[in-house]
Design a protein around this ligand. Sequence first.
Ligand SMILES: [Zn+2]
Length: 83
Amino acid sequence: MSDRAQMDARGRKLPVQTCPACEHVLSAASSVYDDERPRPGDMSICVECRAILVFTNRMTLRRATVDEAREFVSIVARHQGKR
Ligand SMILES: [Zn+2]
């Protein structure tokens, strides 16, 4: 794992935190599609329990709402359609 995997979009180190669903320690993030770093409002998936998570303004993670989870699934589906 590179140091960059622990950075957000502004080059700040992501807080080490636990998954709000399963409490697995999450200290890094990797984008599903490219080399972009996470920003507030971006979605993430827990590597352990596959919960859909959202970065808050402070780059902590909360569980996505049902609407957000639905949107995430539709974005993923759209990306897969392009390949
Ligand atoms: Zn989890």
